[in-house]
Design a protein around this ligand. Structure first.
Ligand SMILES: [Zn+2]
Length: 306
């Protein structure tokens, strides 16, 4: 009889239960290890946010600080873990040492070359703080610095799983944010990178201040209009037309500027309506995983169409 066959004693039953649990765990493990097989791999805003938390825990990433150096080591470590070829070209500008990080992943033969960039440094002085005493403190830089890096680091995980046709370079620029301060200027790291290119990329996309919980990204006026139109159309197709607003607003000198100067199509994705800009209030609570998610999804989808 069937019932007889399954008449197990308690020790045998215990073994069977353990076997079943084991099989379920192996199944879960396999589905996690092979994400591309079953479901498309999604950009995860929460994972990006965790990268912002790490940077903020180091402290303000002002050039020359320990936090600045630790951030660079952290970025290099994450990139290497996801199989990117990392270069750390050092340069000098205005007598300052500038430490950029570039990570490249080759695409298909004949595919385009795209640079996705963000600055990782923070500003020495929160000179827009309403409190004069706090104006001498560094900008914590949750949105202005950490947010763009956070999205790039999550893209570092995601892009290899999608294996895009484009060759992608993730650029982490130093010394973007210290213009107007004695001995420094804006966009120093990206200037060194743009000026050193012997071969020109097909497109450069900069992410800066894209973590604001109240995210509205207008078209930046100096950006390449055709490239911007592509990215804003991609955002609209994903249902984010209310975040990527298809109207020009600010003109901003940012890390895309030195590439434009070399006649490379370049876009600055930036939400410049940020009341905590260059204040001591540019802290983690002002940025949201959801905003990082939206920008990451849009950039990922755009890269995959290239
Ligand atoms: Zn700034």
């Amino acid at each position: 009889m069937q019932a007889r066959k399954w008449n197990l004693n308690s020790r045998q039953l215990h073994t069977v239960v353990l076997l079943c649990i084991g099989l379920v765990l192996v199944g879960v493990g396999l589905s996690l290890a092979l994400p591309g097989r079953s479901a498309p791999v999604a950009f995860e805003g929460q994972r990006a946010f965790a990268h912002a938390e790490v940077q903020m825990a180091f402290g303000a990433r002002t050039p020359g600080s320990e936090a600045h150096e630790r951030t660079r080591a952290y970025i290099a470590d994450v990139l290497a873990r996801h199989g990117w070829q990392v270069q750390q070209p050092q340069g000098e500008l205005l007598g300052q040492q500038v430490f950029n990080l570039l990570a490249t992943r080759p695409g298909a033969e004949g595919g385009p070359w795209i640079i996705l960039g963000a600055h990782y440094d923070s500003r020495f002085f929160a000179d827009h703080d309403p409190d004069p005493a706090l104006q001498l403190q560094p900008v914590p830089g949750a949105n202005d610095g950490a947010s763009g890096v956070a999205v790039l680091l999550e893209l570092a995980r995601i892009l290899p799983l999608h294996d895009p046709a484009a060759t992608v370079t993730l650029a982490f620029f130093d010394a973007e944010d210290n213009g107007g301060i004695d001995g420094w200027d804006w966009i120093m790291g990206s200037r060194l990178v743009a000026d050193s290119l012997t071969e020109l990329p097909d497109a450069v996309v900069i992410l800066d201040m894209i973590g604001d919980a109240d995210l509205q990204i207008y078209l930046e006026r100096s950006s390449d209009p055709r490239l911007a139109a592509e990215i804003w159309a991609q955002a609209a197709a994903l249902g984010y037309a209310d975040v990527f607003i298809n109207e020009p607003k600010f003109t901003i000198m940012d890390d895309h500027t030195p590439f434009l100067a070399r006649e490379i199509p370049a876009v600055d994705i930036i939400d410049f309506d940020y009341p905590y800009w260059h204040t001591s209030e540019d802290t983690l609570d002002k940025i949201s995983p959801r905003s990082l998610q939206i920008v990451g999804e849009v950039v990922l989808a755009w890269v995959l169409t290239q």
